[in-house]
Design a protein around this ligand. Structure first.
Ligand code: 0O2
Length: 263
């Protein structure tokens, strides 16, 4: 997570590995009263042959510290979601005022679960550190925006990205280029400025934008896919893809109707 805070404040942040390392070393130094929780270590495990015992295992206190930092980090992502949701709600309300209809049907948000984060980091071969997490995983905070028409998706995206405190990091346009299985959606990774007591942070948020029809397909497909004990045959994949194409055609027809009546 990008931070625009001064050097003194930076020392307090969750991203500072050096700080974490120092804290870890301090905890190791005062480990005496923690020994009850530690498994016995064989002698000379530091490989120096000095006969002194050292431990590289995390201590309960370190883990508590880490848990605290993780919680704080999640609070930053939560704040990013709130800020972005408010922006989208304001745009929706403003559009309604001038066009008598809403370009946003629904906004949903989620923080990625610790389990999903760990799986993703493993899949990407990333070490399980907080700094690695914040620097490489950009969909911890996620917002899903559902719009009636395809043009609404692009208009809401345009209005959002025109704001100076929203920085575009990445676009994946699965509407123009759908996934092989038929998945359609516009994915944006943005960084949003959020002010905290010690300064401003740029919080990354993944925004998935799609139509009601695209969302119907994605939500039902997701439910079917997560029945892990069931195997999908190629014929079933084909049928799912066909459903996605039907949804795409419905979107196209609705869009044409809207244009014909100058919606
Ligand atoms: P969840 O539970 O939604 O968080 P990258 O992040 O760039 O390294 P990734 O994760 O493959 O690579 O990115 P991509 O392709 O942009 O897809 C990320 C998210 O899009 C997924 O999140 C889904 O929410 C959604 N998505 C992508 N493909 C499909 C699909 O075929 N069907 C459905 N229903 N959703 C899809 P997660 O992390 O898988 O899960």
């Amino acid at each position: 997570m990008d931070e625009k805070v001064n050097v003194t404040d930076r020392e307090k942040t969750v991203n500072d590995e050096t700080n974490t390392d120092t804290a870890m070393k301090e905890k190791l130094d005062e480990a005496e009263y923690m020994e009850a929780d530690m498994p016995e270590q064989p002698e000379e495990q530091d490989g120096t042959g000095s006969g002194e015992t050292t431990s590289n295992l995390p201590l309960a206190a370190d883990q508590l510290d880490l848990a605290k930092q993780y919680k704080q980090m999640m609070m930053f992502y939560e704040a990013g979601i709130r800020q972005l949701t408010t922006k989208l709600q304001i745009l929706n309300r403003e559009f309604e005022q001038s066009n008598d209809r809403n370009p946003i049907e629904n906004i949903k948000s989620r923080i990625k679960s610790a389990e999903s984060i760990a799986k993703k980091m493993e899949r990407k071969g990333l070490p399980m550190t907080l700094s690695c997490l914040t620097n490489n995983i950009y969909d911890i905070a996620g917002i899903r925006v559902i719009c009636p028409f395809i043009t609404d998706v692009y208009e809401v995206a345009r209005m959002l990205l025109s704001q100076t405190d929203v920085e575009l990091v990445e676009v994946k346009d699965y509407i123009r280029e759908p996934k092989e299985n038929g998945y359609r959606s516009l994915h944006l990774i943005v960084k949003i400025n959020v002010f905290f007591s010690d300064g401003m942070r740029q919080v990354p948020v993944e925004v998935q934008m799609r139509t009601i029809a695209m969302n119907f397909w994605a939500s039902t497909e997701h439910q079917l896919r997560y029945k892990k004990d069931k195997v999908f045959t190629p014929e079933m994949h084909e049928r799912l893809k066909k459903c996605a194409d039907i949804m795409a055609d419905a979107d196209y027809q609705m869009q044409k109707l809207a244009e014909e009546i100058h919606f």
